[in-house]
Design a protein around this ligand. Structure first.
Ligand SMILES: Nc1ncnc2c1ncn2[C@@H]1O[C@H](COP(=O)(O)OP(=O)(O)OP(=O)(O)O)[C@@H](O)[C@H]1O
Length: 295
């Protein structure tokens, strides 16, 4: 079931077309990813969906009961939220809970967002990962059906990012719809059921990560150390030499490996890589997103 439909959404700032005729659907219970480099228009798109800024034209339709107050259905984790100094994590949860009629209990939030180790710590002393987990708890405080997460793992170390991904999976497992913006392609591949890739305010691709990769890539990449292959053979076969490795594009791994054996190429150190969303972004735009963290 579609929970949100975005139709021909456009936002102009004077001479900048921040969002340019963008349409997509979000399915209830899915993790939906909005991807793209800095300035692609992701934040503008979701801030219109959240009702924070006005659109120039187009529609954002929530598939909810008539007269339902959308603000009660959504929770938002902003890219940067100022937390009150001198308050502990528990006091911060209490403060934000007081703004809502219906809230999740502190115990539930502490468990869902893994806050138990630092509930009595002053907000100012939290690490980057702990702070993001608290901000996630604040986004969940009114037990929303739809949770917006705007680049929630930017700047976190690899371990904290993986930890945060697990929390997002837990939230999704509760049946909530998650809307995530990110410029990390690996994050989208891990978490998202569906993605929209934006560049310069426009959608350049959309679908599930798997659909997009099978649509665009028939081949896998086989890598062998240069010394196994030798420059002469690599050049003759038109294989790419990338620093210390030779890259062979193959649509049939068995056949390629058989050929390598026939050519007496040693297979020690061989590895195979399937194309990922970062490769897709490079193919679509001609430039790398540069956001893959290789965690
Ligand atoms: N208030 C504003 N006034 C003028 N231009 C703006 C405003 N907000 C955003 N823009 C411009 O709109 C474009 C899209 O910005 P937006 O913040 O939506 O991109 P983004 O994909 O979220 O980028 P980031 O990953 O850096 O957050 C950019 O060119 C930006 O400079």
């Amino acid at each position: 079931m579609k929970i949100i439909t975005v139709e021909n959404l456009t936002k102009h700032y004077k001479d900048v077309k921040a969002v340019d005729d963008v349409s997509f659907d979000i399915i209830k219970g899915h993790c939906f990813g909005l991807l793209g480099p800095n300035g692609a228009g992701k934040t503008t798109t979701i801030e219109i969906m959240e009702g924070i800024i006005n659109k120039t034209s187009g529609e954002v339709k929530y598939n909810t009961q008539a007269n339902a107050d959308v603000s009660q259905l959504i929770g938002i984790q902003f890219q940067s939220t100022a937390l009150q100094d001198y308050l502990t994590v528990t006091e911060t949860l209490n403060l934000f809970s007081s703004f809502y009629e219906k809230t999740l209990s502190n115990e539930t939030l502490i468990e869902l967002c893994d806050l138990s180790e630092f509930v009595n710590r002053d907000n100012r002393l939290l690490s980057g990962g702990q702070r993001q987990r608290l901000l996630l708890a604040l986004a969940l405080i009114n037990d929303p059906e739809i949770v917006f997460l705007d680049e929630p793992t930017t700047g976190l170390d690899p371990q904290s990012r993986r930890h945060f991904w697990q929390l997002i999976k837990n939230i999704k497992a509760q049946g909530k719809t998650v809307i995530l913006t990110t410029h990390y392609m690996d994050e989208a591949e891990q978490l998202c059921d569906n993605i929209v890739i934006m560049d310069n305010g426009k959608i350049i691709e959309q679908g599930s990560p798997k659909q997009l990769l099978t649509r665009h890539f028939k081949q896998v990449f086989i890598y062998l150390p240069v010394e196994n292959v030798g420059n002469e053979l690599a050049t003759k076969q038109r294989w790419n030499i990338e620093e210390t490795y030779v890259e062979i594009k193959s649509v049939n791994v068995e056949k390629t490996v058989k050929e390598l054996i026939e050519l007496a190429v040693p297979l020690t150190g061989l590895h195979i890589k399937s194309a990922n969303l970062d490769d897709l972004f490079l193919k679509l735009t001609g430039h790398s997103l540069g956001g893959t963290s290789h965690v």
